[in-house]
Design a protein around this ligand. Structure first.
Ligand code: NAP
Ligand code: ZN
Length: 348
């Protein structure tokens, strides 16, 4: 099927319209018209080749909401007209221990990224949700529960699950003390979800002017990371800290904030970090860990959890042709708290 999207042709060129083909439906494929797509900082990293593995053209977008327009003849879970969603993965081996336990993101053979990946059958490049249409294997297509506003559901598919998964993995619940470093797209979802799970939530931000927002999102307080006194007072007072900062940064201020056996979970910067003093790790069995998105079953659980509790991201809707401006604003941390593209603005 012929369609159109927005793609970067190199690390230094802005995103621009690109006409391309979506594959014909395989028996287990679902075709959808994309209605909304959230903008993740990873989209910017990929378009600019920050991680060094981008292959061009890069058509980002992995916070996708759409309406089913066609299904292959073996599809069981979805039908034409359903409101559905696709996140960061569109395939995995479906056979290894990780896939079998619903952790497809850690597939031993590597998951297939929604963009920047390689189709497992043809080897062709995968193109993401900054496009009018998408074709995805049914196992990777999620149900948008009724009651969840489709225009604001997209960011749950990446910002939501990437923070929900470690919160659940490290047992966050009522009474847990959770810190969130960086109040952006992921950070604001971490706040809403941790608060939704009953935790006591503290935002750690460079930006003192985000205090009122942090509280409105459900945090109990904001700790200004540059305030050395306040940081000192907060030592040994967190069970879990989710660090969403998208660049190389010093972890030394955060590790001592964990209580004994606490975990600092890195989900932002993908790459080297400055030298970290491991004394607090050893003297208090504190851990530094990482976490990658979340599995498909847990993503569906998250959508259902958010629908039941009316938890949705704070979104600013943009037109497709405002994407380059949105990237620049995201780079300046000038987004409160997630851009979403209204795909009706992209003329087919
Ligand atoms: P975002 O909306 O741009 O938010 C990042 C926040 O980090 C900013 O709002 C800012 O918060 C803080 N920050 C930004 N630049 C900083 C700097 N130079 N130094 C210190 N703090 C800074 O980004 P996002 O979409 O939430 O994504 C965050 C990171 O997570 C990205 O690197 C993205 O690639 C990654 N990611 C990882 C996964 C995964 O599976 N692990 C999934 C999705 C995204 P304050 O102003 O409050 O300090
Ligand atoms: Zn993302």
């Amino acid at each position: 099927m012929k369609t159109i999207g927005y793609a970067a042709q190199s690390a230094t060129t802005p995103l621009a319209p690109l006409r391309f083909e979506r594959r014909e439906l395989r028996p287990n494929d679902v075709a959808m018209e994309v209605l909304y797509c959230g903008i993740c900082h990873s989209d910017l990293h990929a378009a600019r080749n920050d991680w060094g593995w981008s292959r061009y053209p890069v058509m980002p977008g992995h916070e996708i909401v759409g309406r089913v327009t066609g299904v292959g003849n073996e599809v069981q879970r979805h039908k034409v007209g359903d409101m559905v969603a696709v996140g960061c993965m569109v395939d995995s081996c479906q056979q290894c221990d990780q896939c079998n336990q619903g952790e497809e993101q850690y597939c031993r053979a590597g998951n297939t990224g929604t963009y920047g990946g390689r189709d497992r059958i043809t080897g062709e490049a995968t193109f993401g949700g900054y496009s009018k249409h998408l074709v995805t294997r049914e196992e990777f297509v999620l149900r948008v529960p009724p009651g969840l506003d489709p225009a604001r559901t997209g960011p749950l598919l990446c910002a939501g699950i990437t923070t929900f998964s470690p919160l659940r993995h490290w047992g966050v619940g009522p009474g847990s003390r959770v810190g969130v470093v960086g109040l952006g797209g992921l950070g604001h979802m971490a706040v809403k979800l941790a608060a939704g799970l009953g935790a006591d939530v503290t935002v750690m931000s460079r930006s003192p002017d985000k205090e009122a927002d942090a509280k409105a999102l459900g945090a109990h307080r904001l700790l200004v990371s540059a305030d050395a006194d306040a940081m000192k007072k907060a030592r040994s007072s967190f069970d879990v800290i989710i660090d969403t900062v998208p660049v190389k940064h010093d972890l030394n201020p955060y590790l001592p904030l964990l209580d004994i056996d606490g975990t600092l979970v890195l989900v932002g910067q993908l790459g080297p970090m400055p030298e970290t003093n491991m004394v607090p790790a050893i003297t208090g069995r504190r851990r530094i860990a990482g976490s990658l998105i979340g599995g498909i079953a847990q993503t569906q659980e998250l959508l259902d959890f958010c629908a039941a509790r009316n938890i949705l991201p704070d979104c600013e809707m943009i037109r497709m042709d405002q994407i380059n401006e949105a990237f620049e604003r995201m780079e300046r941390a000038d987004v409160r708290y997630r851009f979403v593209i209204d795909m009706a603005s992209l003329e087919g």
